[in-house]
Write a protein that binds this ligand. Structure first.
Ligand code: PEP
Ligand code: MN
Length: 337
């Protein structure tokens, strides 16, 4: 980083800043100009990031050079991360569609989505057994019983499972059943959960917090990566804005931005991103056109009876129609479905 000093600083004040920089194991390179003196802090400046040098009286400005995240950055790894889940490669040429109900409600209900989405070309089954609901009076999910229904649907369809984990205490049981862990928007900054998930050898989909910046999103992914787990999929699922026509504002520009900044696979969730079933297909197509590696889509055989997120759930036949359109978009952007 570059530390710009205030004009007219005395040598002993400059030395105080130098000592602070060197105290963090960085090298300080002083460069004296005609009007101003700057110090180049050489080394891993992330160590200094929180110890803001700007609070030093002699320092006017600190200009970071590096991104605050490292392991998940494109600078650290040029090639795309490809995650192998039961032989399915996520992050490569193939677009993956993870589809199924918002919540697992019963064995039959899961199958009523799982079988048709498999036939239509989905490669993973989604379904929540532990549900993060805004109201404590809303359906909270079937817990382990729901995980069992997902496992049964996997046996029948062959589709691997992605399901959400809310609490580090449930990690063991969720891992027993699931092929990919989902960390939801509300938990994007649950650092304890991120750290625990980071210790596992299990792929994880991290969803963007509803008011998280892209940098905060990537720093959350970094929490997982620093613990050792590099099998991270990012998912843009809409952010909260002033617009009320849609449940959230799907930030599609986040897709190419993330593809530039990170080597991790990027997914789009147009179901939560819009909150409206009639907008799911157009935004799914747009997500793939924008460079996403896959989609997370809610499907329910009877959306009007769904215990959560019915208004944004596609009926199986609409899902199948969307998959046909998606094929053409995928081909147009050099991908396959
Ligand atoms: C979900 O996928 O059902 C979900 C709760 O998503 P999000 O965390 O993005 O709200
Ligand atoms: Mn949902």
């Amino acid at each position: 980083m570059i530390v710009v000093l205030r004009p007219g600083l005395k040598q002993d004040e400059i030395q105080k800043v130098v000592q602070r920089i060197e105290g963090f194991g960085l090298r300080a390179h002083i460069s004296e100009g005609k009007e101003r003196t700057i110090i180049g802090a050489i080394g891993d400046e992330r160590l200094l990031a929180d110890q803001s040098l700007e609070s030093f009286p002699g320092v006017e400005k600190v200009l970071p050079i590096l991104k605050p995240y490292k392991l998940v950055s494109r600078e650290f790894q040029k090639a795309n991360t490809i995650i192998n889940v039961n032989g399915q490669k996520i992050g490569g040429k193939k677009i993956h569609v993870m589809a199924g109900p918002c919540s697992v409600e019963s064995r039959e209900q899961v199958l009523e989505s799982a079988i048709p989405v498999k036939e239509a070309g989905a490669t993973f089954l989604r379904g929540g057994a532990f549900k993060p609901r805004t109201s404590p009076y809303s359906f909270q999910g079937l817990g382990e019983e729901g995980l069992g229904h997902l496992a049964r649907a996997r046996e029948i369809t062959g589709l691997p499972i992605i399901t959400e984990v809310l609490d580090p205490r449930d990690l063991e049981v969720v891992c027993e059943y699931s092929d990919i862990l989902q960390v939801g928007a509300r938990n994007m900054q649950n650092f304890k959960l991120l750290t625990e998930v980071g210790k596992l050898d299990k792929p994880v989909m991290l969803k963007r917090g509803m008011s998280a910046t892209i940098q905060e999103f990537l720093l959350s992914a970094e929490y997982i990566a620093t613990e050792g787990n590099r099998k991270i999929i990012l998912c843009e699922r809409g952010i909260r804005t002033y617009e009320v026509e849609t449940r959230n504002t799907l930030d599609l520009s986040a897709v190419p931005v993330l593809k530039q900044l990170t080597h991790l696979p990027v997914f789009v969730d147009p179901s939560h991103g819009t909150g409206r079933w009639d907008l799911v297909a157009p935004m799914a197509l747009a997500g793939i056109a924008a460079g996403a590696d896959g989609l997370l889509i809610e499907v329910h055989s009877h959306p009007e009876l769904a215990l959560s997120d019915g208004p944004q759930s596609l009926k199986p036949e609409k899902f199948a129609a969307m998959m046909q359109e998606l094929k053409r978009v995928a081909e147009a952007v050099g991908r396959e479905l």
